[in-house]
Unconditional design. Structure first.
Lengths: 338, 327
């Protein structure tokens, strides 16, 4: 990110971010939102089998990404992380190539479901669909960095439902014992598909579990991107300094159904959704930026237009790209001999 | 040449590979202190705690962390103390380790070696005796090796460690200290997927692997003396991939097949061998393909008499050979 002047305000703490950086975060949040909306629309048009999108989580994801060094630090994501991977530098085209399951899809060549992200140069590691199986992998990458004396950080994400499987607990314990430079980011949106978080856990703030594994856990308002960035930055600094793991619980809300196959009206009320929408992270951040004098109507329109143009370009491009050749289904089970 | 039993050969393979390549680590329960079978004896002293790493007692994490480390410049050997305790890691092995390369369209690779002692015959009861090869031989993306001799253990473990794919090395624990063998002190490897003809014969092809190789050789020798029946014993050594060509070549010569495995008979790996021979070697056959395996009860009950009652042994294998020879 280019470094411009540092915005200051008496009331708003911008955590040392410059105006350019703040606007870049805002743009990425809007891009994530628009990419989610576009994929849901395309799915409704019958152009894809399924979508999982990130609407509502943009503050958590872009705030965390802003504290990472893409290509150096590692992300072991889950399927909700569209805005996250875009913020790390994956292109809208690459995301939509996965949606359309095209042969040239960098994520999986059409083999994995959409939103199961992967990019070797960005160190975004391919994910499976069993919930939270990616979590020990992040600990492993962090352990390797520690053994090799590298100051890389591994971040892994999961939802509140994803805090339950044993893999997460085994991983947190391992990371605690071996002081691995890893960040466990729980994107807490109050629902595991239809199951409310109160049926997922008997505690209000899941971050308290970190204490039992010997490292700090923090709960942040994930809809406040600057608060999220602050927590992320501190966790990254801790990890780089050799102080080990951090658990970040970012409270947010999923503004859309779990997937395009889910009907969220069955398990939550319109009133609850409306109340959450009022607190959603993009509008909140826009207000902050306006207060700081970093954003006005024309700037906002400019960003919106840029986002739309990128999403349109990606749609047109990916839609007309070729499918994989059928025989590709048989390739890459094992490493091919050169 | 050096005289080594199988556990010493395993130890030597790990030590030599770790000396050769500083990116190799071994991680698991009790490995720092030498391990319950002493496979890592003295290695922590030589290579340090980072490279010979004691882990929390949690198998899914051992495998999952190994996978993650393998993406970041480390070549991990994940040790599972007993094959019977690998089941909590099944999801990590099947959903993650085996699928990562495929689902990323060949862009990520995880060169993880998972080694574990398996098999019965040591009074280990129902949780220190299981055969697990059929579960994993079923899974695309994995390679699965079954070793029961010092020479094979060293050569195949080295191949596994050097393989860019995930490989499971199942070491038959009854064979660990069963006998010593002269094995090369120099570096050598054995290609994964190549069977070894342990004994040539002309009347019956006996296809087996693991500890059953030793039992089958005893049975074949006894039968030849007593009945004059000549049995060819083939040790598959790897069940994924397995040496179908070598097996079919033998079947073409003998026309009769006995498949011997220690696992439960239903869905054991020998069932796959039998199906393949029926499909691709039918024209060579003069008799039905027969099997000697354990009955479908949990392997293995603890009391000696109960364990002996269910496991295949040289006598039961000899009986199987006679039945087939008479056909």
């Amino acid at each position: 990110m280019a470094r411009g002047r540092v915005v200051t305000s008496e009331k708003i703490d911008t955590v040392g971010l410059s105006e350019d950086q703040l606007l870049d975060i805002y743009y990425k949040m809007k891009l994530g939102r628009a990419m989610g909306e576009r994929q849901r629309l395309l799915q409704r048009m019958g152009k894809g089998s399924i979508t999982y999108s990130c609407e509502g989580h943009e503050g958590v994801q872009v705030g965390m990404a802003a504290a990472m060094t893409p290509g150096k630090d590692w992300l072991f994501p889950y399927y909700r992380d569209t805005a996250f991977v875009l913020a790390l530098g994956m292109s809208p085209r690459d995301v939509l190539m996965s949606f359309f399951a095209r042969g040239g899809d960098i994520n999986s060549g059409g083999k994995n479901m959409p939103s199961h992200f992967s990019s070797v140069p960005l160190r975004i590691v391919s994910e499976g669909a069993p919930v939270a199986t990616q979590v020990p992998h992040a600990v492993g990458a962090a352990l390797a960095a520690k053994i090799r004396g590298l100051d890389e950080v591994a971040v892994t994400t999961f939802g509140d439902g994803g805090s339950s499987p044993g893999d997460v607990h085994e991983s947190m314990n391992f990371a605690g014992v071996h002081k691995c430079p890893v960040i466990f980011l729980c994107e807490f949106n109050y629902f595991a598909i239809s199951v409310a978080s109160r049926k997922q856990m008997a505690v209000e703030n899941v971050a308290i579990r970190a204490a039992g594994y010997g490292f700090p856990g923090v709960t942040v308002d994930g809809n406040d991107v600057l608060a999220m960035y602050r927590a992320a930055k501190e966790a990254v600094e801790r990890a780089r300094a050799g102080e080990g793991a951090t658990f970040i619980e970012a409270k947010t809300y999923r503004l859309v159904p779990h997937s395009s196959d889910d009907d969220d009206k069955r398990y939550r009320t319109a009133e609850a959704l409306e109340a959450a929408t009022k607190n959603e992270p993009i509008a909140r951040f826009a207000e902050t930026l306006r207060k700081l004098g970093a954003l006005d109507d024309s700037k906002d329109e400019e960003i919106t237009a840029r986002v739309k143009s990128e999403v349109d370009d990606a749609t047109e491009w990916a839609e007309t790209e070729p499918n994989p050749t059928p025989e590709e289904a048989l390739r890459h089970v094992y490493v091919e001999e050169k | 040449m050096a005289e080594r039993n199988m556990i010493e050969a395993v130890h030597d393979a790990i030590q030599e590979e770790m000396r050769r390549d500083p990116s190799i680590i071994i991680m698991g329960e009790d490995v720092g202190e030498g391990g319950v079978f002493r496979a890592t004896e003295g290695l922590q002293k030589e290579f340090g705690e980072d490279r010979v790493m004691d882990t929390p007692l949690a198998e899914a994490a051992i495998v999952g962390v190994a996978l993650g480390a393998s993406l970041n410049g480390i070549r991990p050997i994940a040790e599972i103390q007993f094959a019977d305790f690998i089941h909590p890691a099944f999801d990590q092995i099947v959903s993650e380790v085996a699928r990562l390369h495929y689902r990323s369209n060949g862009t990520w690779t995880c060169p993880v070696t998972i080694r574990t002692p398996y098999g019965a015959g040591i009074h280990g009861g129902p949780y220190h005796s299981q055969s697990i090869e059929a579960f994993y031989a079923h899974v695309p993306g994995l390679k699965v090796v079954c070793v029961a001799t010092p020479y094979d253990a060293k050569g195949l473990l080295k191949s596994a460690i050097r393989d860019p794919n995930p490989v499971m090395v199942l070491e038959h624990k009854k064979a660990y200290r069963l006998f010593k063998q002269e094995i090369p002190e120099d570096d050598y490897t054995i290609p994964i997927g190549v069977a070894e003809v342990r004994r040539e014969g002309t009347d019956i092809s006996l296809i087996t692997y693991g500890m059953m190789t030793h039992h089958s050789l005893k049975a074949a020798e006894a039968i030849e003396k007593e009945d004059g029946t000549s049995v060819e014993v083939i040790d598959l050594r790897s069940v994924k991939p397995w040496d179908k060509e070598r097996v079919l070549e033998s079947v073409k010569k003998t026309g009769k097949v006995l498949v011997v495995y220690e696992d439960n008979i239903t869905g054991g790996f020998g069932a796959e061998v039998s199906a393949t021979i029926a499909e691709e070697g039918f024209d060579y056959l003069d008799a039905p393909i027969m099997r000697v395996a354990s009955p479908d009860v949990p392997i293995a009950p603890y009391a000696g008499v109960l364990e002996e009652y269910i496991l295949p042994n040289p006598e039961k294998i000899a009986e199987g050979i006679r039945k087939l020879a008479a056909y």
